[in-house]
Design a protein around this ligand. Structure first.
Ligand SMILES: N[C@@H](CCC(=O)N[C@@H](CS)C(=O)NCC(=O)O)C(=O)O
Length: 233
């Protein structure tokens, strides 16, 4: 019986990528809540695992050499887990690089830009039309890139992979980013298909009870997430 993996987690799009994998692969895990609205991400013990003060992170007590290993950055976690179980990352060299390039696209563009669109549309204390327009337009451009790709292939790299797991929770939040699935029929077809998977449905509910609705983010929480309470040392 494998030892459970510790999953340092809060229910956000980046967080949800990892339970999607764990549920798909049926790997046992312990949820360790990291309340990023209360500042848990700045705790000394957590920074040892995740020095950039962000979740998700994992500790696998049965690492590659039999010793515990900790990993931060959701893309690295997904690659690690895929290699651990030998699934959800193509085995051929060509297929592997195809997956890695789309995963990097998710990590460097889809996550950060859609995150900014959400931030300026919902969380910014004052409306900044330039920022709202810039990031909403960039989100729409990225949705277009994904829609085009998914007009050619069933999933981002043909077979269902860690790329789909990384993109799905971000697309699930499309309304917050000012996007309508009506405009992206191929992405919508993919979104509905991936969202119907039992493991994805289970994962998307993980830790939902922990979340505070946007309107409940009080001044203190906003300061921890976006303001002067963000410690760097
Ligand atoms: N590139 C990182 C981003 C992770 C990330 O942005 N996590 C956010 C929540 S979605 C977080 O923990 N924020 C806490 C903070 O910035 O203090 C990854 O994909 O793992």
């Amino acid at each position: 019986m494998p030892q459970p993996i510790d999953l340092y987690y809060w229910p956000t799009p980046n967080g949800k990528k990892v339970p999607i994998f764990l549920e798909e692969a049926e790997l046992p895990y312990n949820l360790v809540p990291v309340d990023i609205t209360a500042g848990d991400q700045f705790e000394e013990e957590f920074l040892k695992i995740s020095p950039n003060n962000k979740m998700p992170a994992i500790v696998d007590h049965e690492g590659p050499d039999g010793e515990p290993i900790s990993i931060f950055e959701s893309g690295a976690i997904l690659i690690y887990l895929a290699e651990k179980v030998g699934r959800f990352l193509p085995h051929s060299t060509r297929g592997r690089y195809e997956a890695l390039q789309w995963l990097m696209f998710q990590m460097s563009s889809v996550g950060p830009m859609l995150g900014q669109a959400h931030h300026f549309r919902q969380y910014a204390p004052e409306e900044i039309p330039y920022a709202v327009e810039r990031y909403t337009n960039e989100a729409a451009r990225l949705y277009g890139v994904m829609d085009r790709r998914l007009s050619e292939v069933e999933h981002f790299v043909g077979e269902y992979s860690i790329v789909d797991m990384a993109v799905y929770p971000w697309v699930a939040s499309h309304e917050n980013q000012g996007q309508s699935m009506e405009n992206f029929p191929n992405l919508r077809r993919w979104y509905e298909e991936v969202g119907a998977r039992a493991a994805v449905r289970r994962a998307m509910e993980i830790g939902e009870e922990l979340r505070r609705p946007t309107e409940d983010l009080d001044e203190e929480a906003r300061d921890v997430l976006f303001g002067g309470k963000r410690r760097t040392s």
